[in-house]
Design a protein around this ligand. Sequence first.
Ligand SMILES: [Zn+2]
Length: 184
Amino acid sequence: MAQSAISQHTAALSGIPSQPKAANPYGLMATPAPAVEQPQPRSWSFIDRVTGETVEYTCMEGCTLDHTHEIGNRVFREDVWCWTYAEPLSLPVNNNGSPEELRVLDTLIKVEPWSERVAERLPFAVIELVDDHFIDGLDPDGLETVINTLAGRLEQMRATHRRLVEVREEYRQRPARTVRGEAV
Ligand SMILES: [Zn+2]
C-alpha cells in the first residue's frame, strides 16, 4: 500500500541528522540555512472517501499545514499533502501603475504522498517567484540550480549598484543649470 511505503520513508528520513556538521556538502553557492529544531511529525488518520478505509498518516517532518479539516474526515487521498512554510518576504511590486506589496521568493517544501506524479510523493521544493507565479516540483539539484542562478543575478545587481553610485555622482558634478530641480 502506498501509505505504508510513505510512512516507512518518513521514518527512514527522520533518522538522518538534519544539520550537516562538515563543510557545505551541497555545492558551491547553495549553502543551506541552519536547520531549525523541529517537533516530531504529527500522526493522524482520515477516511478514504473512495474505499471507506481508515488510513493512518504521518506528516512530513516540519509540516506546518493545518490538517484539522482532514483528521477523521472523509477525504480523497490525492487531496492529502503536507508543506512547511518559510518566513514570508514581500517587496513593493508595480504591476498596474502603483506599487503593491507582493510575496516574493517564498520557498517551501511540500509532499503529496498520493499524487498522480510519482516525483511528488517525495518532498520537493516550490518557489513562489512573485505572487502566484511558481517554480514547482524542484528536487534538491533543481533547487540548487535556481539558488545558484539567483546568486549570479545578485552579483550582477551589486555591479549595477556600484555603477549607479558612480553614474549619480558624475551626474551631480555637472554644471548646476543642467541638473533639473537644483538650478538656482
Ligand atoms: Zn502535514
